[in-house]
Each structure stands twice: as C-alpha cells, then as structure tokens.
Design a protein around this ligand. Structure first.
Ligand SMILES: [Zn+2]
Length: 375
C-alpha cells in the first residue's frame, strides 16, 4: 500500500501528518514567493534573500494552517469528539474526525473556529507588520509579516466558501441542520449548494482562461473540481458514517458461517459448498477450528481436471493480517480497509481465534435497508 502521509510531530495529543501532495505545494509556495510576490513588492534585494524569504514565508504559512486546524480540533475535543490527528494536504488541512458531530451547535463552533483562528493570526501578523514598519526593521522581515497577514485573510476567506467540505460548507450545514432538525436533509441541501458553488468556481476558471489568464484559470478550475468531487461524495459518506457510527465489526459479522473442512477435495468443495451456498469465500476448518479461508478466485486458479485430486488445504489462504479483521474494529475503518485492499470478504478474529466472517455486501445491504426504512 502506498503511504500517502507522513507523521511529523505530536502536540497536545494530536498527531500532525503531511500528505505527499503537501511537498509539492510547499515547493510551489516557496518558488512563487521567491520568484514572484516578494520581488514584485520589494524589488532590489538579492536572489538569495528572496529564496530565504520564500522558505520562511512558506514555513509561516505551514504554521498558520496547523494553528487553523488545531483550533478546529481543540473545539471538537471540548465538545467531546474524538480527533485522531491533523493531516496537511493540498488545499490546507483536515482534522480527522472519527465520528460526525452529534448536534448542529458542535458542528457550527467546530467549523467556525478555523476561520476565526486565521483572522486572529492575520491581525497579529498585521500588527507585527505595522510595528516592524514603524521601527524600520529590515525589509525582508516586513515583507514576510505582510505576506503572512495577507495569506491568513485569504485562508479565512477560502475556508468560508460555503461548499462542502470546507469550513463554510460545514457552517452552512450546521445552520440548515439547526433549522430543519435533520442532519441528512441538511447535508443533502448543503452538498447541492456546494456543487453549485463548485461549478461556479470552475466556470470562473474558464472565464479567466478565455481572457488569457492561464495560471489563474487553472488554479480556479483545480479548486473547483476538488470542491465538486468532495461535495458529491460528502453526502454519501455522511450517510455511511451516520448509519455505522459507534458500530463494530462484531455487530455485523456472521458468527456461524458455513465452513469447509480442509481435507475434502476441490470437487467436493464445489459440489457440497460452492453451488449450494454460492458464497465467494468460505472459512476453512482444521480439527474443528478455523485456520484459513478458500476463495472462488483461488479455486479458479486450479484447472478443472485437477479438482478431484486437489485438496482444499492446498489452496487455502492461512489467516493473516491481510484477510482478518479484529472484532472490535469500527465498521467505518473496516469498510475503509476493504475498499483500500479490494478484499470484500474477511475473517473476524477475537482473542486470537476466528469468531466469524464479515462481508462488505452484508454491511452495504444493512445500510440500504436502513436508508429505505428511514426514507
Ligand atoms: Zn478549517
């Protein structure tokens, strides 16, 4: 599995990680500051100075985003929500929540904390900028403070765009939630408004392109497409999160799965198990305990004429971390892992024993049933 994020440090019990995309962004920020913004506003400095200013400016931005995310996380924690950590990625950061907020008030304050933190930072940097100007400190210091003041206002504004999953989108949803009293309706409406905003931003990008502003245009289109896909998927993922909140693998596992003895032949397996039950995976027992599994795919890899002479044990997969989930794992995490690995049927273990099996299909069927009942 490709590791997309790297842990950088821990603070106040939160783990701060960076997504790989952030490396690229960091470089782009340094580069555009050193080559573009600083020379344009503060000419006649050496190239070396501009690069140093660029690096410090980018680090300041990095710190500002971390403070923004921390404010979300601290407020969330104050309301008793479990935050795993903070990941910085391409358009800023995300605080990783295990659950959705359980009332509109929590969501509102949690969401608005970020932009407020950015505005406060902007003011602080603005004051420092004024002081540095009055005290006639070296130009690079004044320039960096000015930049940080401006970029924090931009961060606050960008995050207030009412398009899921930005802070503005969450604020919008929390207000709708409060008015309608139903998080699902609120999310649906908020994600539709978000899609509209995203399309508007993409449209703005194309207008810029037509007018010859290529960089600006591409930037708008990128942001718009990101918001577009996020807005589209947020409603669905909310429904899933909500339905499975607090549920564990053991709540949905099949505790008495049909098991196959390891010593029978593949032909017997096909006749006695595969055709009657038509599952794609069966746990395999040896001396009465489950010690592995057999899949349809593994069977297909053996030529048909060898089925009568090949035993189940010869093609069974031993229980490993890759095909076994702990019974106490949250359903959301299990679904995430199944999606990542593409393995939709797994064994479930508790206290070093296989206690059942879980399939993505069962969980999704439960989910559709629940939605249908509540519709
Ligand atoms: Zn935010």
């Amino acid at each position: 599995m490709l590791k997309r994020k790297t842990e950088i440090f821990k603070l106040l019990g939160f783990t701060v990680s960076v997504d790989v995309s952030w490396g690229i962004i960091l470089f782009l920020v340094v580069w555009s500051l050193a080559k573009g913004a600083f020379p344009a506003y503060y000419p006649n400095l050496s190239m070396q100075t501009y690069w140093i200013m660029g690096v410090i400016g980018a680090l300041g931005l990095f710190l500002s985003i971390i403070i923004h995310e921390f404010s979300h996380s601290l407020v969330a924690r104050k309301y008793g929500m479990d935050i795993k950590g903070i990941t910085l990625f391409i358009f800023g950061g995300v605080a990783e929540m295990k659950d959705e907020p359980n009332n509109p008030k929590t969501e509102f304050f949690m969401a608005i904390a970020g932009p407020i933190a950015s505005l406060i930072l902007s003011m602080l940097f603005g004051i420092l900028y004024q002081m540095a100007t009055v005290m006639e400190l070296p130009v690079p210091i004044i320039a960096i403070l000015g930049y940080l003041s401006a970029i924090n206002v931009l961060l606050a504004i960008f995050n207030m765009i009412p398009a899921f999953p930005t802070d503005g989108g969450r604020i919008l949803r929390s207000i709708l939630w409060w008015i309608k009293g139903d998080i699902r309706v609120a999310t649906l409406v908020a994600s539709r408004i978000s899609v509209f905003f995203a399309m508007f931003i993409i449209f703005t990008g194309f207008m810029h392109l037509i007018q010859g502003n290529v960089m600006g245009g591409v930037w708008w289109i990128l942001i718009g497409s990101f918001l577009f896909s996020a807005a589209n998927s947020s409603y669905q993922s909310l429904l899933i999160k909500q339905s499975f909140a607090g549920k564990k693998v053991e709540d949905y596992m099949n505790k008495n799965p049909v098991t196959v003895p390891s010593h029978i032949s593949l032909q017997e397996f096909v006749d006695q198990y595969l055709y009657p039950y038509h599952y794609k995976m069966f746990p395999v027992t040896q001396d009465g305990t489950i010690s592995g599994l057999i899949t349809l795919n593994a069977l297909k890899s053996v030529p048909r004429e060898k089925w009568p002479t090949t035993q189940v044990i010869q093609i069974m997969q031993k229980t490993t971390k890759d095909n076994t989930l702990p019974a106490a794992m949250s359903v959301q995490e299990a679904m995430f892992l199944m999606n990542e690995s593409g393995i939709s049927r797994m064994l479930v273990s508790a206290h070093h024993k296989i206690v059942g099996i879980i399939t993505l299909k069962d969980m999704l069927e439960f989910f559709t049933l629940k939605i249908e009942l509540e519709e």
